[in-house]
Ligand binder design. Structure first.
Ligand code: FAD
Ligand code: NAD
Length: 466
């Protein structure tokens, strides 16, 4: 290996990149990771998963304490007072603690952090902060950034038209907030500010929220968010946003065409998706082309068409999720080390961390039906003893199984702890479970997870508690 500075050089220290670097180092490979951000952890730890959950969690408490909220229902009467600087402070602390933790893990595993943005010179060398570094293997894990809306300028510092990063950092609660895009970011961050007092309007181009999720789950999401007080403008497109001082005017019209309407807001969140980060990487220098969606294509081992160059995470096809990136990070390091690193892309859970949470793994009912006969079992959370006792009536679990083999093809949950519940479904599917396997697995009582067992029992028409 004397020819190269490193066995492995990872570009980007998000959940894909930092995990790949740690696993490579664990396997005895001399490893470096280039990261241009001031702190490690990528989008997820700095401006994504972690800070959004810090605010979601805190704002849930605030809402629970409000008049008529879930605390009052349990006999605890308080009048909450919002201390936004402290709430924001604990978000910043959470990020600081976790990003610092990755720095510690890099040191522990003797991974060199090359501070700066890397650009390819050739397939085995990159330039970082004016220095050329060589490696036998280079892993591209540069992640993604917000997709801009043509004609709408995002100005996080101005605090009026913002992306998710700006929406996490608002210094005061907006009176009126317009969210463009009823996907995961829009609903999570829209929920945060609605709970803290904002009037939130979600403008979604499609006729339902949460594209990619099961149809019934999407319809139920619409009902639940409406009930919570969000105004939903489905099947509606934004045709322009103008800003005058601290007020934005958002012009919308029906997606199918029709009369325009102007909605005023003091904050507009643009959350219409994310696109891969490939600009400035110098991919032309190594002859690596992008697909039509601007992503880097790889084979099953995460190798690109260029020998010695690999890619993982948001920059390659598949759901843009931290845990998918992490698993790919482990797999790519193992493949580089000559082991067999595999990710089963058919079993990647997805969770929307609103209240209730929306979670799913595997096929939607619509996709499963396209492939053949299915049996579906459903169980409402209203009939689950724990959810009922906790005053959490919304939601259901749905188990979709192959009509002939009974193998579980997909599981969907709407429940206060759906994100935790979905792990058992993913594990069952990874082991090739049938709905009967789940139905005959003893689940602790009283738990929300019993709803998964009951939905599995419902596949054969035999749930007990309904
Ligand atoms: P990233 O995390 O984007 O990291 C890439 C890193 O590469 C960045 O730090 C960037 O600075 C660096 N980089 C880019 N180019 C270069 C270069 N040339 N040289 C050096 N460094 C470079 N996912 C979930 O699973 N759960 C959630 O709850 C969740 N919440 C989210 C909330 C928000 C608001 C957002 C925006 C995203 C959220 N996501 C969530 C998605 C998740 O953050 C991403 O899927 C995940 O971070 C992707 O990991 P990655 O390693 O591919 O890329
Ligand atoms: P998204 O793809 O989830 O949702 C974008 C929404 O915007 C879609 O519903 C789309 O139909 C709509 N849209 C697109 N163009 C529009 C337009 N012009 N007008 C109105 N609506 C429009 O994207 P996102 O919410 O920006 O999130 C980006 C990525 O980040 C997602 O892929 C997601 O996986 C990831 N993320 C995950 C989590 C989580 O796992 N909990 C949280 C946040 C973000």
């Amino acid at each position: 290996m004397a020819d190269y500075d490193y066995d492995v050089l990872v570009i980007g220290a998000g959940p894909g990149g930092y995990v790949a670097a740690i696993r490579a180092a664990q396997l005895g490979l001399k490893t470096a990771c280039a990261e241009g951000r001031e702190t490690l952890g990528g989008t997820c730890l700095n401006v994504g998963c972690i800070p959004s959950k810090a605010l979601l969690h805190a704002s849930e408490y605030f809402e629970a304490a409000k008049e008529g909220g879930s605390m009052a229902k349990m006999g605890i009467k308080v009048t909450p007072e919002l201390d936004l600087p402290t709430m924001q402070g604990q978000r910043i602390d959470a990020v600081k603690g976790l990003t610092g933790g990755i720095e510690f893990l890099f040191k522990k595993n003797k991974i060199d952090w090359l501070k700066g943005y890397a650009q390819f010179k050739d397939a085995h060398s990159v330039e970082v902060a004016g220095k050329t570094v060589t490696a036998k293997n280079i892993v591209i894990a540069t992640g993604s950034s917000v997709t801009p809306l043509p004609g709408v300028e995002i100005d996080n510092a101005g605090g009026v038209v913002v992306d998710s990063t700006g929406a996490l950092e608002l210094a005061s609660v907006p009176k009126k907030m317009v969210v463009i895009g009823g996907g995961v970011i829009g609903l999570e961050l829209g929920s945060v500010w609605r709970r803290l007092g904002a009037e939130v309007t979600v403008v979604e181009f499609l006729d339902q929220l949460l594209p990619g999720m099961d149809g019934e789950v999407r319809r139920e999401a619409g009902k639940i968010f409406k009930k919570q007080g969000m105004a939903l403008k489905l099947g509606t497109k934004v045709t322009g946003v103008s800003v005058e001082g601290k007020t934005a005017k958002v012009t919308v019209e029906p997606a199918a065409g029709g009369d325009a309407e102007v909605i005023e807001a003091d904050v507009v969140l643009v959350s219409i998706g994310r696109r891969p980060n490939t600009e400035g990487l110098g991919l032309d220098k190594i002859g690596l082309e992008l697909n039509q969606r601007g992503q880097i294509e790889t084979d099953h081992d995460f190798a690109t068409k260029v020998d010695g160059v690999w890619a993982i995470g948001d920059v390659i096809p598949g759901p843009m999720l931290a845990h998918k990136a992490e698993d790919e990070g482990i797999a790519v390091a193992e493949n580089i080390a000559g082991m067999t690193g595999i990710v089963n892309h058919d079993v990647i859970p997805g969770v929307v961390y609103t209240q209730p949470e929306f979670a799913g793994v595997g096929l939607t009912e619509e996709a499963a039906k396209e492939r053949g006969g299915v049996k579906v079992g459903k169980f409402p959370m209203l009939a689950n003893s724990r959810a009922k006792t906790n005053h959490e009536p919304d939601g259901f679990v749905k188990v979709i199984a192959d009509a002939e083999t009974d193998r579980v093809l997909g599981v969907w949950c709407i429940a206060s702890v759906a994100g935790t519940m979905i792990a058992q479904a993913a594990q069952a599917m990874e082991f090739g479970a049938t709905s009967e396997d789940i139905a005959y697995t003893c689940h602790a009582h009283p738990t929300h997870s019993e709803a998964i067992k009951e939905a599995a029992m419902a596949v054969t028409g035999k749930p007990i508690h309904i």
